[in-house]
Design a protein around this ligand. Structure first.
Ligand SMILES: NC(=O)C1=CN([C@@H]2O[C@H](COP(=O)(O)OP(=O)(O)OC[C@H]3O[C@@H](n4cnc5c(N)ncnc54)[C@H](OP(=O)(O)O)[C@@H]3O)[C@@H](O)[C@H]2O)C=CC1
Ligand SMILES: O=C([O-])CC(=O)C(=O)O
Length: 438
């Protein structure tokens, strides 16, 4: 891969002796875990390293290339705080590690800055961002790291970039898996499942090997339900319950359309379940949903609109947006990732719930076991969740749920070889599509 030179903005920073020793350690042991010790409070001290070359202004010498080094390159910066800020930081929580894949992609370009600002995990929660890219995106990742650096976020204590999930997922407490190959013209869905399945199998193995034992994983890259299933099956030492496929964007889309139809502000729409796959078979549940605490069907009496127009609008929203924009939704997806995380780290309001694609084992709804299926969840705010009891079903809802379930079972058979279930048989329903594919 191309040697990544440090940008001039990186080189302007002055290095502290303890930082230099950290830097040399990092360079001679690039794959080992970096334990950053608290540094004496200096002003704006930063460390940036690149495996292939280091260029820093005097008095720091240029370090020679080490042939033992791994070919990957890591950008790292570490920021300490001035004395005044130190006072403030006394009340801050312990730093958490957040790994993000596809970090040079469009969704990440919105998401990373929200994470760094504190709006996701709280204004007292310092974070380290571990950004996973590839050889193709490495230079862009360096640019992302530079923009993060230039944004002066006090809570962002460290940014690392790399192309090896075994390095980037080390001690990750959150893993936001966004990177995935998009389906190109003429590509069969089975091929997409195969290519992305391999990515998620490898990342599952890496999480299993090096991440925190209680890492929470949110899979965004499509087809996200089956990718999440592959990931969790390849990470047997991490609770399957910790894996989510993002269907929060579908929930948000559904809330918006119901609010518009009912003529209310969207915060009046609650209890909105998305059932099943993040695909054109997903089921926005207007039977259990509520508007201003009343059942949706009591407020919107046009059942035909609910069953046909509304349902199809949510199922195909992503595709319509791609036709207009020429690219898939990135800003609203990043907002929905923030919502999904916040739903797990803050208690769910009394009586309400949120949707997430989660492992079906032990579900009370009769959905087939061993799938990642979007269902209604509640959280105490501790990162965990429980499935909601007492939801109701009618024939329409059951029929729709059965269809999306059949699609996920077919996707699962297609990736059997990636989840330890023998030989793959790919008999996907004709009309199975990502929201963006119609
Ligand atoms: N669940 C949901 O609600 C939604 C999911 N999505 C999905 O999120 C994913 C990311 O979207 P977005 O950020 O807009 O996409 P981008 O194309 O901007 O970025 C995707 C990233 O995926 C990585 N990637 C991994 N493997 C490959 C590969 N084989 N070929 C090409 N790129 C690859 C690339 O990074 P690198 O080279 O560094 O690996 C790239 O930066 C997509 O799968 C999309 O379908 C989008 C919207 C909603
Ligand atoms: O198919 C895509 O990439 C877009 C997508 O998931 C969505 O907008 O819901």
């Amino acid at each position: 891969m191309a040697v990544a030179e440090l940008s001039s903005s990186y080189t302007k920073t002055s290095l502290h002796s303890s930082q230099l020793s950290f830097l040399s350690n990092r360079l001679s042991n690039p794959s080992r875990r970096i334990d950053l010790q608290p540094l004496p409070p200096t002003r704006n001290a930063r460390v940036v390293c690149s495996v292939a070359s280091i260029q820093v202004q005097a008095p720091v010498p240029v370090l020679a290339e080490d042939p033992k080094m791994k070919p990957e390159c890591y950008g790292v910066f570490y920021v300490t705080y001035d004395l005044k800020a130190e006072e403030k930081t006394k009340t801050w929580k312990k730093m958490i590690n957040i790994a993000v894949s596809g970090a040079a992609g469009m969704i990440s370009n919105h998401l990373l800055f929200k994470l760094a600002s504190g709006e996701v995990f709280g204004r007292d929660q310092p974070i380290a961002l571990k950004l996973l890219g590839s050889e193709r995106s490495f230079q862009a990742l360096e640019g992302v790291a530079m923009e993060l650096e230039d944004s002066l976020y006090p809570l962002l204590k460290e940014v690392s970039i790399g192309i090896d999930p075994y390095d980037i997922f080390q001690d990750a407490e959150w893993a936001l898996l966004i990177g995935a190959k998009p389906r190109g013209p003429g590509m069969e869905r089975a091929d997409l499942l195969e290519i992305n399945g391999k990515i998620f199998a490898e990342q599952g193995k890496a999480l299993n090997a090096v991440a925190s034992r209680n890492v929470k994983v949110i899979v965004v890259g499509n087809p996200c339900n089956t990718n999440a299933l592959i990931c969790l099956k390849n990470a047997p030492n991490i609770p399957a319950k910790n894996f989510h496929a993002l269907t929060r964007l579908d929930e948000n889309r559904a809330k918006c359309q119901l609010a518009l139809k009912a003529g209310v502000f969207y915060d009046k729409v609650s209890n909105m379940t998305i059932w099943g796959n993040h695909s054109t078979t997903l089921v926005p549940d207007f039977l259990n949903g509520r508007i201003d605490a009343l059942p949706v069907k009591e407020v919107i009496k046009d059942t035909k609109w609910l069953e046909e127009d509304f349902t199809e609008k949510i199922q195909k929203r992503g595709g319509v947006l791609i036709k207009k924009w020429g690219r898939s939704s990135a800003a609203s997806t990043s907002v929905s990732i923030v919502d999904a995380i916040r739903s797990l780290v803050t208690p769910t309001p009394e009586g309400d719930w949120f949707s997430s694609g989660v492992f079906t084992n032990g579900n009370p709804y009769g959905v087939a076991e061993e799938l990642v299926f979007s269902m209604p969840c509640r959280s105490k705010g501790d990162g965990d969740y429980e499935l909601v009891k007492g939801v109701i079903f009618d024939d329409y809802l059951l029929k729709r749920i059965t269809k999306t379930e059949a699609e996920l079972l077919a996707e699962k058979r297609c990736v059997a070889h990636l989840i330890g279930e023998g030989i793959a048989v790919c008999d996907l329903p004709e009309d199975t599509m990502l929201p963006g594919e119609m």
